[in-house]
Design a binder for this molecule. Structure first.
Ligand SMILES: [Zn+2]
Length: 115
C-alpha cells in the first residue's frame, strides 16, 4: 500500500469516471481508488464489486431478500476493511447501515473497533 502511483489521468475501468488535473500534471491515484491487475476502480465501483462478489458467491437459489441482505453486509464489510480505524457510527453512516451491522461485520472480519 506504500507505493505511490501517479499518472496524467486515472480512469475507472468500470464506470469510466476520470480524475485528472488541469494542465495535465500528474496526479496520484486517489486514496479511495484501487489499481491492480484487475484494473483501476473508483470507490463507488469498488463497493459495487465487493457487493457483486458476495452475490456471486451466494447460492443460486437465494431469495431476493437474502441477496439484498448479503449485499448490504458486503458493503459494510468492504467499508470496515477499507477504513478499520473509523468509528462504527461513521462506517454505518457511510453505508447507510446500522451500528449493529457494523459491529457484526467487525466480528466476522475479526477487525476490532478503534479504542
Ligand atoms: Zn467507477
Amino acid at each position: 500500500m506504500s507505493t505511490i502511483t501517479t499518472a496524467k489521468k486515472w480512469t475507472c475501468d468500470q464506470c469510466g469516471v476520470t480524475v485528472s488535473r488541469l494542465g495535465g500534471e500528474k496526479v496520484e491515484l486517489p486514496a479511495s481508488w484501487t489499481s491492480s491487475q484487475e484494473g483501476t476502480f473508483c470507490l463507488l465501483c469498488r463497493r459495487e464489486r465487493a457487493a457483486q462478489a458476495a452475490l456471486d458467491a451466494a447460492p443460486k437459489d437465494s431469495g431476493l431478500e437474502d441477496r439484498a441482505k448479503l449485499r448490504r453486509a458486503a458493503l459494510v464489510e468492504f467499508e470496515v476493511r477499507r477504513r478499520p480505524g473509523h468509528g462504527n457510527g461513521e462506517i454505518a453512516k457511510a453505508c447507510r447501515s446500522s451500528v449493529a451491522a457494523v459491529v457484526a461485520a467487525r466480528k466476522r472480519l475479526k477487525i476490532p473497533a478503534p479504542q
